[in-house]
Design a protein around this ligand. Structure first.
Ligand code: RP5
Length: 173
């Protein structure tokens, strides 16, 4: 069995529509990953057990949670594997509660906090790939290709805009 390099953990199955974006990126880059539902509050013992075993396999952990989102911080407290946190909207307070719970870590125990929701989960996947690429040159090449095609797609949209008659910023006045 291929060894998973990234562990994706979410607090509830209600987080899956957001956290699947991390998985989509990892699949795009052919990174083996493990995806699990574990809660800092509802399954504290199982979470600690998971994190203790994590060092045998994972090089990066991605954790997404909503509300009082202590999941990424608790994971970070139990391991030196880099933890990436994704704030999810799950309460009447929007996602601000989750963002602040994840970002405002005490000094000494960092969590790399991403943007709220889908963009954050997608960026968590990309950030994990960037960490793995530090000692995997081929993965670095893939990331450069990814950025190149992203830039091309923006330029194509700009060209389309011009063909529709919109004037460009650099067009002659
Ligand atoms: C958090 O509580 C989870 O990460 C989720 O975002 C939120 C709500 O969970 P459910 O009540 O939908 O299971 O722990």
């Amino acid at each position: 069995m291929t060894k998973a390099l990234v562990g994706i953990i979410m607090g509830s199955d209600s987080d899956l529509p957001v956290m699947k974006e991390s998985a989509v990126v990892l699949e795009e880059f052919d990174i083996p990953y493990d995806i699990s539902i574990l809660s800092a509050h509802r399954t504290p013992d199982q979470l600690v057990d998971y994190v203790r075993k994590a060092k045998e396999s994972f090089e990066v952990l991605i954790a997404g949670a909503g509300g009082a989102a202590h999941l990424p911080g608790v994971i970070a407290a139990h391991t030196i594997i880099p933890v990436i946190g994704v704030p999810i909207e799950a309460s009447p307070l929007g996602a601000l509660d989750s963002l602040l719970s994840i970002v405002q870590m005490p000094s000494g125990i960092p969590v790399a906090t991403m943007a709220i929701a889908q963009s954050g989960a997608k960026n968590a996947g990309i950030y994990a790939v960037q960490i793995l690429a530090l000692n995997r040159p081929k993965l670095g090449d893939k990331l450069r290709e990814y950025r190149k095609s992203m830039a091309e797609s923006v330029m194509n949209k700009d060209n389309k805009l011009k063909t529709l008659g919109w004037k460009g910023y650099l067009a002659e006045k």
